[in-house]
Design a binder for this molecule. Structure first.
Ligand SMILES: NC(=O)C1=CN([C@@H]2O[C@H](COP(=O)(O)OP(=O)(O)OC[C@H]3O[C@@H](n4cnc5c(N)ncnc54)[C@H](OP(=O)(O)O)[C@@H]3O)[C@@H](O)[C@H]2O)C=CC1
Ligand SMILES: CC(C)(CO)C(=O)C(=O)O
Length: 346
């Protein structure tokens, strides 16, 4: 079978899954979206709109989309499975793949966090499981808006672990650039450093570009990254550069005055003004966040290495409190991160 005829199943069609699946469908790849009933109903009714920061704006009619909620009917057809569920759903997805997919299907995690590919491997025995990394943010349209729209709000190439020669050709399509990488452990830790900001966006409720433009928030991110870099160094892990900057330089650049930061960190700030973070999405929807897989991974590493992580611990506590309240983003100010927090009075 020619690589381009392989069937790709998107395991968990949400923001990233619909964006990847949409670009792949538009490029003529054979794609099936495995979705929850809410997303399935929206796609069957209104199709899918896929847009991006570069101005692409493309639509797929409902009849041109293959979407289902039935893993038993879908997964056996897969040659390649892109896992795009949140980290808390990885184990369930591994169980579904184990139960229904062919043993030769290649499984790729496109999730944040450093442990998801390993979790899939642990659940899937001898199958080929590859780690992947999505560097950009995808904004999903509000519930009820038709067609469902997924908008790539920043830039970058998706990285996939080297291991299957045809994958870059199969998955790399217009709007979804893909590159193979030989050291995904370094890439995932590098991305995790950037993802330490997801919680700050979620706690502030601010768009990512607005939050990053404010030095008070960047100082908190810089403290978290300092703590993470110390724990990584003590553990012998070298994170890869993700936003064009060497990880060791990130805290220094983040601490620059606003005017200089804007000048030097243009790539980091090339973001749609509405984009926030996937953790903000979770708080808004009253769902559990990935805090355990992001800040939590640093906490565990630091615990083993014996290095201090006071800022990371504080952020975990604040996100946990916001999760428990289920009232969306608490809209905190930077001063409330370092001092005891209260809910914003509006
Ligand atoms: N959004 C972004 O901009 C970015 C996200 N990422 C990472 O990508 C991963 C996915 O994030 P994102 O796309 O935002 O998440 P979403 O929550 O938008 O998408 C995941 C979807 O999978 C669904 N799902 C879960 N289990 C199943 C199942 N068994 N069968 C069918 N559908 C299922 C979820 O439904 P339900 O919630 O109802 O269970 C949800 O609709 C995360 O690890 C995230 O950190 C990485 C870069 C950017
Ligand atoms: C915003 C971005 C791209 C980087 O922190 C992200 O990974 C997310 O929203 O989960």
């Amino acid at each position: 079978m020619a690589d381009k005829d392989k069937r790709i199943v998107i395991a968990g069609a949400g923001s990233i899954g619909c964006y990847a699946g949409g670009c792949l469908t538009l490029a003529g790849r054979k794609v099936i979206l495995l979705a929850r009933p809410r997303i399935e109903a929206a796609l069957r009714q209104g199709g899918l709109r896929v847009s991006d920061l570069q101005g692409r704006d493309r639509s797929i009619k409902p009849e041109a989309l293959a979407v289902t909620t039935d893993p038993a009917a879908t997964l056996p057809q897969a040659d390649v499975i892109l896992v795009t569920v949140k980290s808390g759903a990885t184990q369930d997805m591994a169980d579904l793949i184990k139960a229904h997919a062919r043993p030769d299907a290649v499984v790729i995690s496109l999730q944040n966090g450093v442990d998801n590919a390993d979790r899939l491997r642990a659940g899937l025995g001898r199958r080929t499981v590859l780690a992947g990394m999505v560097p950009f943010n995808v904004v999903q349209s509000p519930d009820g808006e038709l067609p469902l729209r997924v908008h790539r709000a920043s830039d970058g190439k998706v990285m996939v672990e080297d291991g299957d020669a045809g994958l870059v050709g199969l998955l790399g399509v217009e709007g979804f650039a893909v590159e193979a990488h030989g050291d995904m452990k370094a890439v995932l830790w590098g991305k995790l450093l950037m993802n330490l900001n997801n919680a700050l966006v979620a706690l502030s409720g601010l768009p990512l570009a607005t939050e990053l433009a404010d030095r008070r928030w960047r100082l908190i991110l810089a403290s978290q990254i300092d703590e993470a870099l110390t724990a990584l160094k003590a553990s012998g892990i070298e994170p890869a550069r993700i936003a064009g900057l060497r990880p060791a330089l990130l805290p220094k650049v983040l601490r620059l005055p606003d005017w200089l930061f804007k000048l030097l960190a243009r790539r980091m700030l090339a973001i749609d003004p509405q984009a926030r973070s996937s953790m903000w999405d979770d708080l808004q929807r009253g769902r559990p966040t990935e805090i355990d897989d992001l800040q939590g991974a640093i906490l565990r590493l630091a615990g083993k290495a014996g290095t201090p992580v006071p800022t990371v611990q504080r952020i975990i506590a604040l996100v946990r409190a916001a999760e428990a309240e289920r009232l969306g983003s608490p809209g905190l100010a930077p001063e409330q991160i370092v001092a005891p927090a209260g809910r914003r009075s509006t």
